[in-house]
Ligand binder design. Sequence first.
Ligand code: LMR
Length: 396
Amino acid sequence: MFETLKALNPDPILGLMAAYRQDQNPKRVDLGVGVYKDEAGHTPILDCVKRADTLHRAAETTKTYVGPPGDPDFDAGIEKLVFGADHPTLKAGLIRTVQAPGGCGALRIAAELINRAKPGAAIWVSDPTWANHVPLLGDAGLEIKLYPYYDAASQGLKADAMLGALAQIPAGDLVLLHGCCHNPCGVDLKPAEWDAVAKLAVDRGFTPFVDLAYLGLGTGLDEDAYGVRKLAATVPELIVASSCSKNFGLYRERVGALSLVSPNAAQTDIVFGQIQNVARGIYSMPPNYGGALVGRILSDATLTADWKRELNAMRDRINGLRGQLATKFRERLGTHRFDFIPQQLGMFSFLGLTKEQVAQLKNEYSIYMVDSSRINVAGVNQQNIDYFCDAVCQVL
Ligand code: LMR
């Protein structure tokens, strides 16, 4: 039967990992897939994770199934982290969280839940958005529509166009928002813009859905959560998919969470049961290990403090590199063309190169980035920064 299937092109982001690994050039530079790298170009296991692992192994007595919602310490810890321990909606008992296999798992079970509630519902995503949002949401049956977001000319937000488009969205549609560190463009909403989105959601009756994959890697844990907390305090229904891949460095452990805000206790319970039922029909229960580590870190004050220090160090390194890139490009080009890099947040920025220039960087310099010229800033280090900046200036 499978002879009917057609060969596919490699995934636009994951395909770069394989191509980079095969490249023998000692000068190769990987700015492709969005994983944090340290100064040595390595994606480290955080010290707090290593300590949580030791404690977890000593305490673990069984490998029986974890329940469908996952690790209870994890779920409670994520709710406090994302919404803030004193958030009125959390205190009112109107938020329910389940552990999911990564942020992708959370996105997918949310999409399936939406499709149960409103088959074929329209979900508006930013133009551009993370490439994998389209299959994760669309393959569940949702209709994908675009709202204006990134302005390539100013390397900033099309704020008026975005808010104007949201003001036309019909009641009952959904709007996907990047909670912080927009992937792929690095341009985030400011608090006043989040306030405007929250008001529009109430006025128009659309449901916000926040993808929070990079919490803490933009400005700070609380600052990065401004939008999600504002929405949770304002709108009757909110969906939040969060991930521990980047901020805990737990990529391969597949640990994320889906949180739902509901307007009343009865709906809260119904939604909680429905999410677990959706998950049961796809993967039954989440893997335990990664969630157990995060649950342990977030329920231990010392481990939490250590994690925050390590997270701050990752964020500071990325933001420092952003400044250095702008300076080095200014020195080389004598223009302010790349001054936008430190204005943006998180791992990603678009360099504004053509596909041909991106291909030239790969073929002639072994520098890997997504075709759109999205770079993972964390892949830059003191060994490769001059090589990278020289090469970009050569292809311009
Ligand atoms: C990325 O955007 O590079 C990351 O989120 C990794 C992925 O799965 O695409």
